[in-house]
Design a binder for this molecule. Structure first.
Ligand code: NAD
Length: 438
């Protein structure tokens, strides 16, 4: 395995981020945005528009629990920008969901769609709660009541949610059913595309479930080609073994790479000789997490971060790679399956240490790209073969990769900043052509 240094991301003078002690991801987004906007001299009017979110909805809604008690939940939907098309972005159910996190995630969605060249804007939402504490019927009522409370905040041509952390096809199916029930009977059948990431039977697309992990693996392959790096015999670690992490781990295996450590909310495990990702995914489905997987030893969080491997795929939550943790990593590439796993201090350290980075807004865009395909299929009453979905995803995400690589070379910057420049240039052009009403 050899990594050419000729095309390594080069270092330029950079603004200094605030200390890692603060953990406000929205500040991180603004930092990343300002850095790219300064670099490309973004038009000041476009900068003002894109520097803030468009709409923010906060809803406190009551739900009846199984034992008859009422609990009041807080839910959010933030719409960052829709210059390129309807707002688009996931719904997260997690105790740490808050307005700034949702703002950050909504903003990243705008950049992601712009880089991928799909006609969507950026939105995101969530409910602040720990779903593991509720029964299935409670989760259903929470989801349906939140959908009802959102009302016309979402819509198939206006704002289209999808799965994110702790939400899945079942939750999307409940949202679809509730939304359709709120519409006049005559309109209902035209509403299928109000959410994406649905189960196949409820109008979902083949390949959407694995799409984000699939996109991560397509890009790792492109990176390996560029670096003349042999994936056969390479090793990797994965943080988060949910939708994105487990699919990425499973889809990398056929290239002859070995998963040597994995971590999720239940703990971290390792085996230098390899963990079988398919068996591990089965174990996680049965036991709820990676802990206790046969043939692996439990390790600490720090030992997980220090694990020597070629590739690290963070696929859990934000702020995992920071000034404190980036120096511990012993890898050549960080491929961001998660949104915001690296804060600006972490970015700086990775860059200084010449660790390559496939940034979230490029690397995990497979999900929104196939969501776009699902949306199109629903609108056209079509259903595409898996091969067609995969092929279209490959072409689009590899095109986006090439644009970001070219921009990184042109501006001599890290790939995250380059990805921002690609997104901002597209949006700047749209605003220049469309102008501002009135
Ligand atoms: P998921 O709920 O399916 O999985 C989340 C995983 O993270 C679980 O394995 C969980 O145990 C783990 N986790 C949670 N807290 C952790 C912690 N403190 N330490 C270690 N592991 C922890 O969610 P997902 O859909 O796979 O999303 C994961 C990430 O990918 C998120 O950042 C999400 O925004 C991003 N993402 C998801 C999609 C998608 O299509 N689902 C698309 C793009 C980006």
């Amino acid at each position: 395995m050899s990594v050419s240094t000729a095309t390594r991301q080069r270092r330029v003078a950079e603004p200094k981020p605030a200390a890692s002690a603060r953990r406000n991801v929205y500040e991180d987004v603004r930092f990343q945005f300002n850095k790219a906007a300064d670099l490309m001299k973004l038009d000041p009017s476009t900068r003002k528009i894109l520097g803030t979110t468009m709409n923010e909805v906060v809803i406190h809604f009551p739900v009846k629990m199984d034992d008859g008690r009422i609990e009041v939940f807080t839910g959010y939907r933030v719409q960052h920008n829709n210059a390129l098309g309807p707002f688009k972005g996931g719904l997260r159910f997690h105790p740490a969901v808050n307005i700034d996190e949702v703002r950050a995630l909504a903003t990243w969605m705008t950049w992601k769609s712009a880089i991928a060249g799909i006609p969507f804007g950026g939105g995101k939402g969530g409910i602040q709660m720990d779903p593991s504490k509720y029964s299935v019927s409670e989760l259903e009522r929470i989801t349906r009541r939140f959908t009802f409370a959102l009302g016309n905040t979402i819509g198939p041509e206006y704002d289209i949610p999808a799965p994110d952390v702790n939400t899945n096809g079942q939750i999307m199916a409940w949202i679809l059913d509730t939304y359709q029930s709120m519409m006049p009977a005559n309109d209902r059948q035209r509403m299928l595309h109000v959410v994406t990431g649905k189960p196949i039977e409820a109008g979902g697309s083949l390949g959407r479930d694995k799409a984000t992990g699939q996109g991560v693996v397509y890009l790792i392959r492109e990176w390996a080609k560029d670096r003349k790096f042999e994936l056969k015999g390479a090793s990797y670690t994965v943080q988060g073994f949910g939708n994105v992490g487990s699919w990425a781990a499973r889809l990398l295996k056929p290239f002859g790479s070995t998963l040597v450590a994995a971590e999720d909310v239940t703990g971290a495990i390792a085996n230098e000789a390899g963990l079988d990702p398919d068996d591990l995914a089965k174990h996680v489905r049965a036991k709820g997490g990676v802990a206790g997987f046969a043939g692996a030893k439990p390790i600490t969080h720090l030992a997980f971060l220090r694990t020597k491997a070629d590739i690290f795929i963070p696929a859990a939550l934000e702020n995992q790679i920071t000034a404190e943790t980036a120096p511990l990593l012993n890898v050549r590439l960080v491929a961001e399956g998660a949104n915001g796993p690296t804060d600006p201090n972490g970015d700086r350290t990775l860059f200084e240490r010449k660790i390559d980075l496939l940034p979230d807004i490029l690397c995990n865009s497979g999900g929104v790209i196939v969501s776009y395909f699902e949306w199109l299929q629903n609108k056209r009453s079509e259903s595409w073969e898996l091969q067609e979905v995969d092929c279209k995803l490959y072409r689009r995400i590899v095109d986006a990769y090439a644009r970001v690589r070219e921009t990184a070379r042109q501006y001599k910057v890290d790939w995250r900043t380059a990805a921002y420049v690609v997104a901002l240039a597209r949006l700047e052009k749209v605003y220049r052509e469309r102008g501002i009403f009135p």
